[in-house]
Design a binder for this molecule. Structure first.
Ligand code: ZN
Length: 113
């Protein structure tokens, strides 16, 4: 369960941004999560609601998008998109893939007042 820590770091980012961009209220947060980040969406939502109570993001909506992961296929010698770790290469069906991205979590967009 690292979702609580993630929710806290999201809130920290929101507060830093608020200081820099002079907004006082966060309405919606669009998050992009890689499929390898092992984030449980429901518990992230729950943790977020708990963490933002009484802050500038109290009651903010969380929009979660999952982005595909990138892997390097040793057989095709190119970068391919995969949905999950240990998936086969979509081009050649091979399993000699090295994951190159997909464990990131980032705030893509904010709706603020
Ligand atoms: Zn391949």
């Amino acid at each position: 369960m690292h979702e609580m820590a993630l929710a806290e770091s999201i809130l920290t980012t929101l507060q830093e941004q608020a200081r820099r961009q002079h907004y006082t209220r966060v309405r919606t947060v669009w998050l992009e999560i890689g499929p390898l980040a092992s984030v449980e969406e429901q518990s992230l939502r729950f943790s977020f609601d708990v963490v933002v109570k009484g802050t500038l993001a109290d009651g903010a909506r969380l929009e979660i998008e999952t982005s595909p992961a990138q892997a390097w296929c040793l057989q095709c010698c190119k970068s391919v998109a995969v949905a999950r770790r240990f998936d086969a290469c979509p081009e050649c069906g091979g399993h000699q893939l090295q994951m190159t991205s997909g464990d990131e979590l980032r705030i893509k967009e904010l709706e603020v007042d």
